[in-house]
Design a protein around this ligand. Structure first.
Ligand SMILES: [Zn+2]
Length: 416
């Protein structure tokens, strides 16, 4: 058995997930691990040089829905699709995410108990896939938000039982619908779906089993309840009520103090025509996100990918760009979509950072996203667990790439 190849990724710039890193913009990879960062490539390494580009950790989308395809009735159709059909759709969405540089994602809502089996099939399959964490069916109330996915419960005892069922199926995180949601007509988006006793029981059961809980919550009352009942994360966090938004600064400060991760589910591809009503909402909500940031809330990037046509599964860089537009520095924004997102998924020390011993999940973007954040979306190369899964032909136009290549032979120039 021969030792794994040593590959040196070389560019003009590097961002480790925390900082520009030591020394040169070089990431050395052997097998599925990063073995060195910042050191000159050893003679034995195969060098891939990108020139005017930046090496980043693979992106992490903390809020994805692999089973959703952006269509308005997608959620309802899942109820009548077979497990095989849904699993196929989820695998295809995972491939789209990976091609866009999302090397890790957390699926926060898939039908029935499909999440864990799809995760495991992707992890062991022959086709490269992102690292996937799953919530399975979100826990909700009968007729409540996303009830058609199979997670409806009545009362504290059933909430505990559902947590135990999901845990037995092997989920990584519990998702609870603390309020209604726009995608489920008839669910109430202006008030909590559970009582305090029910939500406390759910969180207690999950934590007892070692599972974190993240809560979908739109209105202040549901956000406040989620915080009081001890959740680890809040999704959306709109502060919406009566058709407007009412951010509560005291509540925002409590979220910050407790270190609760908030994923405001930003991120839209720029060519999607945003419906006027949604644009109006976003214009106000973006001010809320700026307040969350300014008051020290731990913000993480997650798209709610699959929920809308403007949120394809590779849209994560646009959530990062949005964070920078709303007040974060480019470095903080990229960290929110890499290091901090990985920490939120319980993967600290393994992914989200370019450092020795971490997974060899590397994204290369053209240009300099630390100077021009829009460059974060110019993905040209993706490595996942040491395997090159995307390598755009544009790199072949870089004269330094050919000159630096070790091992001889003409570089293959593909069409994209
Ligand atoms: Zn969602």
């Amino acid at each position: 058995m021969s030792a794994a190849r040593l590959i040196a990724l070389v560019a003009d710039r590097l961002f480790t997930g925390s900082d520009p890193g030591p020394g040169q913009a070089v990431v050395l990879v052997r097998g599925d691990r990063v073995v060195a960062v910042g050191e000159p490539p050893p003679a034995a390494a195969e060098v891939i040089e990108f020139g005017d580009a930046t090496l980043l950790p693979g992106f992490v989308d903390v809020h994805a829905h692999l089973a959703l395809d952006g269509t308005p009735d997608g959620q309802d159709r899942l109820a009548v699709m077979t497990d095989e059909q849904v699993a196929e759709r989820m695998a295809a969405a995972a491939r789209v995410a990976l091609h866009g540089g999302v090397t890790t994602l957390r699926d926060l809502g898939a039908p029935r108990l499909l999440g864990p089996s799809v995760r495991d099939a992707l992890a062991t399959g022959s086709v490269p896939a992102p690292r996937v964490l799953v919530a399975g069916a979100p826990i909700t109330v009968p007729g409540g938000h996303a009830h058609s996915l199979g997670g409806a419960v009545t009362g504290a005892a059933e909430a505990r039982a559902k947590v135990r069922e999901l845990h037995a199926a092997g989920v990584d995180v519990i998702k609870v619908m603390a309020s209604g949601g726009r995608l489920t007509p008839g669910s109430n988006t202006d008030r909590p779906q559970f009582t305090d006793a029910e939500l406390t029981a759910l969180v207690d059961e999950a934590h007892g089993l070692g599972l974190p809980v993240t809560a979908h919550a739109y209105p202040p009352a549901a956000i406040d309840q989620a915080v009081r009942c001890g959740v680890d994360g809040i999704e959306h966090c709109f502060f919406s009520v009566d058709g407007g938004l009412a951010p509560d600064l005291e509540l925002i400060d409590r979220i910050a103090e407790r270190g609760i991760a908030v994923c405001p589910t930003l991120g839209l591809v720029p060519d999607w025509p945003v419906p006027p009503g949604f644009r109006t909402f976003l214009d106000v909500f973006e001010q809320v996100v700026t307040q969350l940031y300014e008051r020290g809330v731990r913000l993480v990037a997650g798209v709610d990918s699959g929920a809308l046509p403007g949120k394809p599964h590779d849209a994560l860089p646009h959530a990062v760009i949005e964070f920078a537009r709303l007040g974060m520095s480019p470095a903080q924004a990229i960290a929110a979509g890499t290091r901090v997102a990985a920490e939120t998924c319980g993967l600290a020390g393994r992914v989200g950072v370019l450092a020795p011993g971490h997974a060899a999940d590397v994204v290369v973007v053209l240009g300099d996203p630390l100077a021009r954040i829009d460059d974060a979306a110019r993905v040209c190369f993706v490595m996942a667990g040491g395997t090159v899964v995307r390598d755009d032909a544009v790199r072949a136009k870089n004269p330094r790439w050919r000159a630096a290549r070790v091992g001889g032979g003409e570089p293959a120039v593909g069409s994209g």
